[in-house]
Design a protein around this ligand. Structure first.
Ligand code: ZN
Length: 238
C-alpha cells in the first residue's frame, strides 16, 4: 500500500516515508508526494535525504505497470540506495511541478474553449499541447488566447470530486481526452471541475484556482493530418 499524497494535496512539497523495496536504480516508498508520469504530465524530480544525511537526486518518478507501484529513480550507484525499512525524507522540485500544475490546468481550459474532440495531449514545464479533431476546420489563435485569458482572469475555483464508474459510463460526454480514457471499470473515478468552465475525469495535479495559471499565449497551431489541429500553449514571460 502506497499513500499517493499528491492526489488529495498537490501543494504538498515533502514527506517522510519508509522504503518498501529497491532494485538496481529505483525505490518504492509507503508514501510519496512525487507524481508519476501519466496523463501527459511528466513525473516529478526532487531530492531524497537518507537517515545519515546523504542526499540523492530523484531523477524521475514512474508507475510500474505490473505492480502498480510508484518508483523513484535515484542518482548514485546501487549500493547508495536505501534498504527496505529505512526512513527517508523526500522533497519535490516544486518550481517545476508547480509549472506542470499551471499548464495542466490551462489544458483543461483549452479543451473547454475549443469545441472539438481531443485526440491527444502532452505538457512540460514551459509549454503544453492538445490535439483536436476539428474535421479539418482551422482555429483562430487570437480567439483562443482571449477566451483562455477571460477564464484565467475570472480566477475560477478548481474542485475535485469522485464519481462512480457506472455513472461515468452513463455520461461518456465527460471523457474528452479520447487517447487517455480513464479505466471505466474502476469503482470510483476522480473528476476535475473548473467551476463554470469544464468538467472531466483526470488523475493529474492542478492548481486551486485558474488565476494561478498566469498569462498564456498560443505559441503555435499546426495541422496534424487532414482532420487534426495541434494547439501549443506557452507561458508568457516567466
Ligand atoms: Zn487534469
Amino acid at each position: 500500500m502506497q499513500h499517493e499524497l499528491f492526489t488529495d494535496d498537490p501543494y504538498r512539497r515533502s514527506c517522510q516515508a519508509t522504503v518498501i523495496d529497491r532494485d538496481h536504480d529505483s525505490i518504492a516508498l509507503d508514501a510519496t508526494v512525487c507524481y508519476p508520469t501519466g496523463g501527459g504530465q511528466p513525473g516529478d524530480t526532487g531530492r531524497l535525504t537518507l537517515p545519515d544525511g546523504q542526499v540523492l537526486t530523484i531523477l524521475d518518478t514512474r508507475r510500474d505497470r505490473e505492480t502498480g507501484r510508484i518508483r523513484h529513480r535515484l542518482s548514485g550507484s546501487t549500493e547508495d540506495l536505501p534498504a527496505p525499512g529505512s526512513t527517508v525524507e523526500i522533497a519535490i522540485d516544486w518550481q517545476r511541478r508547480h509549472r506542470h500544475m499551471r499548464m495542466h490546468t490551462a489544458l483543461h481550459l483549452l479543451s473547454a474553449v475549443v469545441k472539438a474532440g481531443v485526440t491527444g495531449g502532452n505538457l512540460g514545464a514551459d509549454s503544453g499541447r492538445l490535439d483536436f479533431d476539428t474535421g479539418g476546420a482551422g482555429l483562430d489563435p487570437t480567439e483562443i488566447e482571449q477566451r483562455l485569458a477571460e477564464r484565467i482572469e475570472a480566477d475560477l475555483p478548481v474542485r475535485t470530486r469522485l464519481i462512480a464508474g457506472e455513472q461515468l459510463r452513463a455520461q461518456p460526454e465527460l471523457i474528452k481526452t479520447l487517447s487517455v480514457s480513464p479505466p471505466l471499470d474502476a469503482p470510483m473515478i476522480r473528476l476535475i471541475e473548473i467551476v463554470g468552465a469544464d468538467l472531466q475525469p483526470c488523475g493529474g495535479t492542478h492548481v486551486a484556482r485558474t488565476g494561478e495559471i498566469g498569462r498564456l499565449r498560443v505559441a503555435k497551431i499546426e495541422s496534424k493530418g487532414s482532420r487534426n489541429r495541434r494547439v501549443v500553449l506557452a507561458f508568457v514571460d516567466d
